[in-house]
Design a protein around this ligand. Structure first.
Ligand code: FAD
Length: 355
């Protein structure tokens, strides 16, 4: 391992792994280090559904998904439940159900060997002199220090890079998920649940490899209580108990609300993926944006050397993506409005009939 790098990537999820892979291929002479705290922290808290947009980017990368990453079962519709009105509807979906931990490991394995990968937690970033950042890493109590000319923050919703150099997103939820042994009961394989009494966002159930995941997004204040209250309300509505939880997990979840929530970078520090605010406010789909922003920043580094020019190029390339995500904000407001949701669901528009 070196101590001095051209670029330190903090976070090895879809955004960081894509950036490191694409830049190392395009500019093998660059000294790149990627720091990721998994697997110590377990897998990313996620629904693990690969949306068509993300499938399209994998196709653009010429990457075929190994079968070992897929989870059981593959699901073709979402049951949408509105606890406020009691209306339920089914909508066709085209996601791939996958094991998120295996997916992230596969993406890391695709990174060329000229990138150093450190399994540890970055716990401090400081500007030591112009154009150089000191990065402190903690690996199970063992501390190490390295220096990098440029930093790429790919460290998701609770990004230390974003907190150290930029404003936090205006809206962060706490997302809580529990995993229950699947008893084969008539729990929906995939559902999207709205319950304005406990959250202004949505929740979900997903069947995965012998387990049923129940999770949702809640206000950080009082989130745990709201989660358990909602779980009880969902059980009452479905007439089915989830049973004893095998695992509970939680993380921060970004919900962009305004243009300023999307941050690209400044002064040699860049953000990609969810750390940059690039996630859908309406569905929380974030893997496709993580892929694209990682690729666009790698292209910027491959073709420019000056940090200002890299930033300009990266901003230009991501402008369409930011615009697309901006349009998800009114969509989220419509879906999370009890009245508008009731009207849409009652109309049955776009829903599918179940036989
Ligand atoms: C509950 C939930 C369900 C979701 N479901 C879906 C879904 O089904 N489909 C979908 O497309 N999107 C989903 N998303 C969104 C999606 O998971 C993210 O948008 C996407 O993973 C973002 O990728 P990323 O690489 O930017 O960040 P992440 O995937 O969050 O990766 C960040 C990486 O940085 C590492 N890290 C963080 N802090 C540090 C640190 N200090 N030091 C070192 N490493 C660090 C983490 O270990 C992690 O590996 C969901 C999000 C949540 C919270």
């Amino acid at each position: 391992m070196n101590t001095y790098y051209d670029i330190a990537v903090i976070g090895g999820g879809p955004a960081g792994a894509t950036f490191a892979r694409e830049l190392a291929k395009a500019r093998p002479e660059k000294r790149i280090v990627l720091i990721d705290e998994k697997p110590r922290t377990g897998s990313k808290v996620c629904g693990g559904l690969l949306a068509p947009d993300a499938q399209k980017v994998l196709a653009q990368f010429n990457l075929d998904l190994p079968k070992s990453i897929l989870a059981d079962p593959q699901i073709f519709d979402v049951k949408t439940i509105d606890l406020a009105s009691g209306i339920t509807r089914h909508y066709q979906r085209h996601y791939l159900n996958m094991d998120r931990a295996s997916f992230d490991e596969w993406l890391l394995e695709l990174i060329p060997e000229n990138v150093d990968i450190i399994r540890g937690r970055c716990h401090s970033l400081t500007n030591c002199c112009p154009g150089e950042v000191r990065v402190e890493v903690d690996n199970d109590g063992e501390k190490s220090v390295l220096f990098a000319d440029q930093i790429v923050g790919a460290d998701g919703g609770s990004s230390i890079v974003r907190r150290s150099f930029f404003d936090s997103p205006s809206k962060l939820y706490i997302s809580i998920q529990e995993h229950f042994k699947d008893d084969g009961g008539d729990m929906p394989s995939y559902s999207c649940i709205y319950d304005p009494e406990t959250s202004d966002s949505c929740s979900w159930t997903i069947r995965k490899d012998g387990y049923v995941i129940f999770g949702g997004a809640f206000d950080i204040k009082g989130g745990r209580e709201a989660y358990f209250r909602q779980k009880e309300r969902v059980e009452n509505f479905l007439g089915h108990s989830f049973g004893e939880a095998a695992k509970i997990e939680a993380c921060l979840l970004t919900s962009p609300r305004r243009v300023r929530d999307f941050i690209s970078g400044k002064d040699g520090v860049f953000l990609i993926g969810e750390a940059a605010g690039l996630i859908s406010a309406s569905s929380f789909e974030g893997i496709s944006s993580a892929f694209l922003s990682g690729k666009y920043l790698a292209d910027a580094f491959a073709s420019k050397n000056d940090p200002e020019k890299i930033l300009k190029y990266y901003k230009r390339k991501t402008s369409k993506l930011r615009l697309k995500l901006l349009f998800k904000i009114p969509k989220m407001k419509i879906l999370c409005s009890p009245l508008l949701r009731k009207i849409i669901m009652k109309s049955g528009i776009c829903s599918i009939e179940k036989y």
